[in-house]
Design a protein. Structure first.
Length: 309
C-alpha cells in the first residue's frame, strides 16, 4: 500500500513513455527508443538508491525514485520529440490537429484490439504455472524455471518483430509491395536463424543456466527431463512472433485479436486433454501447439495485408 500510494503518481508519465517508445519504433528510430528506456532505467536506479540509502525513506524512496525518473524522462524526451518532429516533418505539433475524433477513435480501436490480444496472451502463459501447480509444487517450480528460457528467447526474437513493424508500416504507406515482401522475408529468416542459435546455446548450456536459477538438486534433476522443450520451441515460435510484428505494422489488429482468441481457446482444450495423458510433457506440447496455431491463423489472414497494395 505504501509503495502503490506513491508509485501510482508515475502512471501518466509512464503511459507517455510507452507512447514515445512506440513513436520511435514506428519511425525506425530504434536507437532513440532504446536510449529512452536506458535513461529511464538508470535514473530510476540512481534516484531510488539515493532516497533509500542516503535519505532513509525505505519503500517510499523506491517508489519516489521511479516517479521522479519517469517525469524527468518524459520532460527530456518530449522536448526532444517536439524539435525532432518540427525539424524532420516541417510541422509544428498543435492540439487542434492532434485531437481529431476520427483519428482518436481509430487509435483507440487498434489499442483495444491489442489489449484483448495481450490479455489472452498473458493468460496463455499464466496457464502454465496454474496447470503446473495442479500437477504438484515440484512441477510448478520446474515450469517456472523453464518458462524463463522461453521468455528470454522471445526478447531476442521480438526485437526483429519491432523492427519489422516500422518497415511494414512505411512500405504499406508508400505502397511498395516489393520492399514489403523483402522486409517480411528478411524478418522470418533472421528470426529463424537467431532462434536456431538460441536453441543451440540452450542445448549446450541449459545445465549451467538451470543451476544458476536454483540450487536444489532434486529440482535441477527434474528440470533436465523437460529441457528439450526449451530447445524445440524457439525455432517454431519464431514465426508467430514475426507475424505479430507484420500485422501490427499493417494496423491489422483485429486479425491479431481473432487469431489470439482462437489460438488460446484451442491451446486450453489441447492442454486439458494432453495433461491427462502425458502429464507435464502434455502441458509443454500444448504450448508448442499454441505457437503453431498462432502462425497458422495469422498466415490465413496474411492475404488481407497484400490487398492493401
Amino acid at each position: 500500500k505504501k509503495y502503490i500510494s506513491v508509485r501510482i503518481l508515475s502512471a501518466p508519465a509512464e503511459l507517455i513513455i510507452y507512447v514515445l517508445i512506440g513513436l520511435y519504433l514506428g519511425l525506425q528510430r530504434t536507437f532513440t527508443s532504446s536510449l529512452l528506456v536506458t535513461f529511464f532505467s538508470i535514473t530510476n536506479i540512481i534516484f531510488s538508491a539515493f532516497f533509500v540509502v542516503s535519505m532513509n525513506l525505505g519503500i517510499y524512496g523506491v517508489a519516489l525514485g521511479t516517479v521522479l525518473s519517469a517525469y524527468l524522462t518524459v520532460f527530456i524526451f518530449l522536448v526532444n520529440t517536439y524539435f525532432f518532429i518540427k525539424k524532420n516533418f516541417n510541422v509544428i505539433p498543435r492540439f487542434n490537429r492532434i485531437l481529431t475524433a476520427k483519428k482518436i477513435f481509430k487509435l483507440f480501436t487498434i489499442n483495444f484490439d491489442l489489449f484483448i490480444r495481450t490479455i489472452f496472451l498473458t493468460f496463455a502463459f499464466l496457464w502454465i504455472p496454474y496447470q503446473g501447480a495442479k500437477l504438484g509444487e515440484d512441477y510448478l517450480a520446474v515450469n517456472s524455471i523453464l518458462i524463463q528460457f522461453i521468455m528470454l528467447a522471445s526478447f531476442f526474437l521480438d526485437a526483429y518483430a519491432f523492427s519489422t513493424e516500422g518497415v511494414v508500416g512505411f512500405t504499406i504507406g508508400r505502397k511498395i509491395k516489393k520492399s514489403f515482401l523483402q522486409a517480411v522475408s528478411n524478418s522470418f529468416r533472421l528470426s529463424f536463424i537467431t532462434s536456431l542459435l538460441i536453441s543451440i546455446l540452450y542445448l549446450f548450456f541449459f545445465k549451467n543456466i538451470i543451476s544458476a536459477l536454483t540450487d536444489i538438486d532434486y529440482l535441477i534433476f527434474l528440470t533436465y527431463g523437460f529441457a528439450f522443450w526449451i530447445i524445440l520451441i524457439p525455432p517454431i515460435a519464431s514465426f508467430c512472433y514475426q507475424f505479430d510484428g507484420i500485422f501490427i505494422g499493417a494496423s491489422q489488429t483485429s486479425e491479431i485479436r481473432n487469431s489470439m482468441v482462437v489460438s488460446v481457446l484451442l491451446y486450453i482444450l489441447f492442454s486439458i486433454y494432453l495433461i491427462d495423458n502425458l502429464g507435464n510433457h502434455g502441458l509443454w506440447l500444448s504450448l508448442l501447439f499454441f505457437m503453431i496455431i498462432r502462425s497458422i491463423t495469422l498466415n490465413f489472414y496474411f492475404p488481407k495485408i497484400l490487398r492493401k497494395f
